[in-house]
Design a protein around this ligand. Structure first.
Ligand SMILES: Nc1ncnc2c1ncn2[C@@H]1O[C@H](COP(=O)(O)OP(=O)(O)OP(=O)(O)O)[C@@H](O)[C@H]1O
Length: 606
């Protein structure tokens, strides 16, 4: 015989409620959602017994002169027998909505058996009067549950209709959740599109809580476009360009996507308003659309996705992944269709949302081919679409970073050379992929050094005039790993052009970081630098520029060196290169020297 004693777990209800309110639910107001949901489920369960049953939910705020108000949630659903009250109401984690296939649990919103506890976030006692429609001859039952974990059950002497009534009074500090307007707003927020009619009675007035959902009709009638746009504007309090119907068989999702009226940054997370079986799940859902779909904000209703226990997001499973893909497919079809049949509209759309279209096209060759000519790019000759660029320039030349673009843009423009700044997100991938899949489009990376091939040659006499100066400049900037070449280029107002390839740009960032870090990080940066092949940047001095011309012909060698150093630092600043400590020092010395010169040569008002 075993001497081990079997004990039962005890539940500390207060602790459990704290857990729910602080860690599971977003706020006390969700008790309205849970009560609505129980009423809807009860009506759905009754409809399985009686197909013709319509069902109504009545919410009432009963004010009292002498005490706190009472909130009543009443439904004419399936109700509970006394035995069910013990089994489901009084047992935490027990739910009548799980596991019984015959009762089609998919129809139900609840499943975890904890929702009713959420009312304990706003009240100390929940009273339930209920009468079962399944066992109509049984008397009605009253159940009272308290936050201290006790409950009582007794048969009711008086008759009540089949269904359930829940009574709550506010716990101290939670009175605001019992104000009629607050209750109306919360009921509308969560239950605006629920199926059974929901009304709120208070102060002798009856207000209807719910109405038709935007996904009620499918396919969406084009005549309803304006109506849908209005709904989007009021729901999200912003303007939209268009509305796109969405549907996915995975997850049984229907809804609409609103195209934002303003451009957003790549990967921006839009907050979608998402319903589960017509009940609001979240107005901040993120995971329902593919990542590239950041140009829309959606209202969606899912019938086949699983909620998490908080009921504020979806469980991440295969079905959710498939749903994402199918909804992405709807948006993709919309874009492709518009590109094919309404090019002018598509052009307007792409002008605002080219980032999202580029994000889609990166992994989708068909879209890439179709959309590419509409994509706008910044070029050395101004912003233009790829189509406009290709009409005038047979080769698509691009630089891969914004820094490189800044270096060459001004000179390239003066040389009438069109170079694309592909330093923005997705652009290098887009251009390279386009070059790979469209043999008729020549795409080439442009090396800033290639610009020098277009520079005007110096005459023999100019060569001789500048050779010494070039050598001096070269020696002066050697310690900055910068070679110097004298050339003639446009615009002549530009004294110099600093060109650094990727390696020397990277080295510059490392050296600059080393200047401002200490200890172990300096070593880490040092070992990073070891792996980078050492290359020289290049400074082209523009002999066509009057200032450079004059510096070249200065008699004073020290003055020439100082000037070269200053031109060098100025070119770095123009190209937005981060200055190293040694270069900042150079700049300071140069400026102080200039002031010193101005002061010593000034004779005042003698
Ligand atoms: N208005 C109601 N009418 C009939 N039965 C109800 C009602 N409210 C609650 N119940 C019964 O009480 C059980 C527990 O309800 P509770 O809200 O705690 O959990 P649930 O709805 O089953 O699941 P979830 O935690 O996911 O909401 C329900 O499964 C149901 O059997």
């Amino acid at each position: 015989m075993s001497d081990q004693q079997q004990n039962r777990f005890q539940v500390d209800l207060r602790g459990l409620i704290d857990l729910l309110s602080q860690h599971l639910y977003s706020g006390p107001e969700v008790f309205v959602r849970e009560l609505l949901q129980n009423a809807v489920d009860a009506i759905r369960a009754r409809q399985q017994l009686d197909l013709g049953h319509v069902g109504t939910i009545e919410i009432e705020v009963v004010e009292s002169r002498s005490g706190p108000p009472t909130l009543v949630f009443q439904d004419d659903g399936v109700g509970l027998s006394e035995q069910e009250v013990h089994q489901f109401l009084a047992t935490i984690g027990q739910s009548s909505k799980r596991g019984n296939v015959a009762r089609r649990p998919d129809d139900f919103l609840g499943q975890f058996g904890i929702g009713l506890l959420s009312s304990f976030m706003v009240t100390n006692q929940i009273s339930v009067l209920t009468r079962s429609a399944r066992e109509g001859d049984h008397p009605a039952v009253e159940w009272r549950g308290n936050t201290d974990g006790t409950y009582s059950v007794r048969p009711l002497k008086r008759e009540i209709p089949c269904g359930t009534q829940v009574f709550l009074q506010p716990a101290e500090g939670f009175e605001e959740f019992f104000e009629p307007q607050r209750i109306l707003n919360l009921a509308r927020n969560f239950g605006e599109f629920l199926e059974p009619r929901i009304v709120l009675n208070s102060g002798g007035q009856t207000q209807v809580v719910n109405g038709d959902a935007p996904w009620a009709e499918w396919p969406v009638d084009p005549d309803e476009r304006e109506q849908l746009l209005d709904y989007g504007r009021t729901t999200f309090e912003r303007d939209f360009l268009d509305v796109i119907p969405l549907r996915s068989t995975a997850g049984s999702v229907t809804g609409v996507a609103y195209v934002l009226a303003q451009a957003v940054h790549a990967g921006a997370r839009q907050r979608h308003r998402v319903y589960l079986k017509d009940m609001l799940l979240s107005n901040e859902a993120h995971d329902l659309l593919p990542e590239w779909a950041f140009f829309v904000q959606c209202v969606l209703n899912a019938r086949g996705l699983r909620p998490t226990a908080s009921r504020e997001s979806f469980y991440k499973d295969r079905v959710l992944e498939d749903t994402q893909e199918e909804l992405g497919g709807c948006l993709r079809r919309y874009l492709v269709e518009m590109a094919r049949t309404q090019p002018n509209r598509f052009k307007q759309l792409i002008a605002v949302h080219h980032l999202a279209a580029k994000a889609l096209a990166i992994d989708d060759d068909e879209c890439l081919e179709l959309f590419a000519d509409w994509f706008p790019f910044e070029t050395s000759l101004g912003t233009m679409t790829l189509g406009e660029y290709r009409q005038q320039h047979p080769v698509v030349r691009y630089v891969a970073s914004r820094d490189q673009f800044r270096q060459i843009a001004q000179v390239a423009a003066s040389e009438s050379l069109a170079v694309v700044n592909a330093g923005y997100v997705y652009e290098v991938e887009i251009l390279q992929r386009l070059g790979a899949i469209r043999p008729d489009i020549r795409v080439e990376p442009f090396d800033a050094d290639q610009l020098s091939e277009r520079f005007e040659e110096l005459t023999q006499q100019e060569r001789e005039e500048t050779i010494e100066f070039e050598r001096l400049a070269d020696v002066t900037l050697q310690r900055f790993k910068c070679a110097v070449e004298i050339a003639k280029f446009h615009p002549t107002e530009l004294p110099a052009l600093y060109v650094a390839d990727e390696n020397s740009g990277f080295m510059r960032s490392i050296e600059q970081a080393q200047d401002v870090t200490e200890g172990v990080w300096t070593d880490v940066l040092g070992s990073l630098a070891q792996d980078v092949p050492s290359t020289y940047a290049r400074l082209y001095l523009n002999y066509g520029n009057p200032l450079i011309h004059r510096i070249c012909h200065l008699a004073d060698e020290r003055g020439q060196q100082r000037s070269i150093e200053m031109v060098y630092v100025q070119s770095l600043l123009l190209g937005h290169f981060p200055l190293k400590q040694s270069e900042i020092k150079l700049l300071n010395e140069g400026l102080l020297g200039l002031i010193d010169w101005a002061v010593t040569t000034d004779r005042g008002h003698e």
